[in-house]
Design a protein around this ligand. Sequence first.
Ligand code: ASP
Length: 374
Amino acid sequence: MSGFTRREFISASAAAAAGAAGSSPAALGVVLPRQEPAAAAGASGAAANLPVVIASSNGLGGPPARKSCVELAMELMLAGKDPLTAVVEGVALVEADPNDQSVGYGGLPNEDGVVELDASVMYGPSHRSGAVAGLQRIMHPSRVAKLVLERTDHCLLVGEGALRFARAHGFEEMNLLTEASRKAWLKWKENHSDDDDWLPEGSNEISPQAAADRAWRHTFGTINCCAVSAAGDLAGVTTTSGLSWKIPGRVGDSPIIGAGLYVDNEVGAAGSTGRGEAVIQTCGAHTIVEAMRRDPGLSPADACKEACQRIVDKTKLSRLRTKEGRPDFGVIFYAVRKDGTFGAASIQEGPEFAVFAGGKARREKCAFLYPKGS
Ligand code: ASP
């Protein structure tokens, strides 16, 4: 056994899983020099000083009373925590936030009105991953995913098995459906339940009007957060309630290693938000890490753009394309390289991402393939 070798570092179990504790870098075999962050370069420029945290835009902000995801993750790394603990505890703030209807508590439910959560984590030094999919009644799927990594010999637990595993580790069960999310679901159910994700036989194509009608009804949203420590070690997490009104049991890209998240400690880390089906079918995050690995490797922003282009090239069905022939859905990729260079890209111009680098948490604009209005 190497990397995470001794499982002793996880004396954590239930208490740590439910709390903010984490494994120390020393216990992970990582020497993490204390380092104050210094000036960092721009999104697609030269290497930033380490540590660096990057996330989807909901990694910054939230209610004024709480820290943001990227701030907490950075604070934990500067306090000596390993990057995996840092990102998982960072996204836990968003999982607990009822106002973010795309993640954790208060997430929009499936077509039966049941919240089903997906999450994955990956830790560079050990190259191990853990994930859960279709998990009900547990607020923090990313902490359960971390325990799948630490306390099982598996990569992915789903549905009832994932819930039983969470229960065994002392996670509290709760109703994840807030009033706001229940009302949003009811509105969909009352008004639009004829138009769901079930497609009639032989019709992978539907009319352009029907396609347009569908578009607004399905909302996406997720948080991806990746970090590189002062020692150059990488970790990442992606956690979501997935596509709203999905067919029960639908699993998106977030818990799929290589799609919604991928980490290679020699190269970098990448993750995604947006239409999971498109990311799974193009192995999005893996594609980005491999593009950064090439010699010469692409910058994180250019690697993210390349993965966006792959989606454009592989979106063949007209029901998923605009009249200009482009994808009618959004996908955003986020990436950070081992040297701290970071970037993000989306298919269409507009989205931002969150980053904490050079001592400053901020939002930056994503690179893109198609300018607004083009
Ligand atoms: N990627 C997520 C999924 O497809 C949703 C999102 O990020 O918007 O489940």
